[in-house]
Design a protein around this ligand. Structure first.
Ligand code: TMP
Length: 252
């Protein structure tokens, strides 16, 4: 088989040129980083779990009419996605206070917010992805006002979908981050949910115990990240519930 062309390597994923124009192969690595890559580890099985979980969430979103870049899963670590131009923003939606919001505003983690709060960070590792306002986004031309209206609507639809899905399996969606891409259909441009949705980019707490089932387990040294992600996958029916394996055993 001919060697594929690598397009980009990030902290948790590698992008390769896809088999057809307009497609990309997204490869999920086992690497975990936190605090802008100050903390690093390789966690066996994380890439396999995130590939499967992101497939699950993106497929659900596609099925309810929220457009995403996801086309199909190719194998344990790879998925085929539509090539898109990533808007250089991290879009964060928060339902409960946690993480940087709690720190910044002195609100105890877990406090319910009066309404979902949407924040934007400028994607730039050198700057540590700083929080920005819509004023910055418009002034520097990262997105238009129409884009911002569409981004907000997509972010809130993803929030409703993910919150309900998680609630159904006894998990509270505290917050999450998404990225949005532009795809071109002829002369038309539309926005789609891109990158990944996985426990790397969400905060997920057990509804009853408050146990963390997301990347905070790694950020804060709270135990096995693979066990936490496996628990999420099992509850969602992405992995078989029985068996007691801590390593991902995938069903198709
Ligand atoms: P924060 O509280 O650290 O700002 O994080 C908010 C949400 O965004 C949380 O679910 C984790 C996610 N996130 C990422 O996906 N990537 C990042 O680089 C950061 C800082 C947070």
């Amino acid at each position: 088989m001919a060697r594929r062309k690598k397009i980009y390597e990030g902290k948790a994923k590698i992008l390769y040129e896809g088999p057809e124009p307009g497609t990309i192969v997204q490869y999920f690595k086992d690497d975990a980083t936190a605090f802008n890559a100050e903390k690093k580890a390789t966690i066996e099985g994380k890439g396999v779990l995130n590939n499967r979980l992101s497939e699950f969430f993106m497929t659900g979103l596609n099925n309810i009419g929220v457009p995403t870049h996801f086309l199909k899963r190719l194998n344990m670590r790879e998925q085929l996605v539509r090539s898109c131009e990533i808007i250089p923003l991290e879009i964060i939606v928060r339902n409960f206070a946690a993480g940087s919001l709690s720190k910044r505003l002195g609100i105890e983690e877990g406090t319910a917010l009066p309404r979902p709060i949407v924040e934007y960070c400028y994607k730039d590792d050198k700057l540590g992805d700083p929080l920005v306002t819509e004023e910055h986004i418009a002034a520097f031309g990262w997105a238009t006002q129409q884009d911002m209206d569409d981004i907000l609507s997509l972010a809130l639809r993803v929030n409703d979908y993910m919150s309900g899905l998680m609630y159904g399996v006894g998990i509270k969606l505290i917050d999450f981050k998404i990225e949005i891409g532009r795809v071109y259909d002829g002369d038309f441009q539309r926005l789609v949910v891109a990158d990944e949705i996985s426990p790397d980019s969400c905060r997920l707490w057990d509804l009853e115990t408050g146990q963390k089932l997301d990347k905070d387990v790694f950020r804060r040294d709270l135990g096995s990240l693979t066990d936490a992600y496996t628990e999420v996958a099992k509850r969602l029916g992405v992995l078989p519930k029985s068996g007691g394996h801590s390593k991902p055993t995938l069903i198709n």
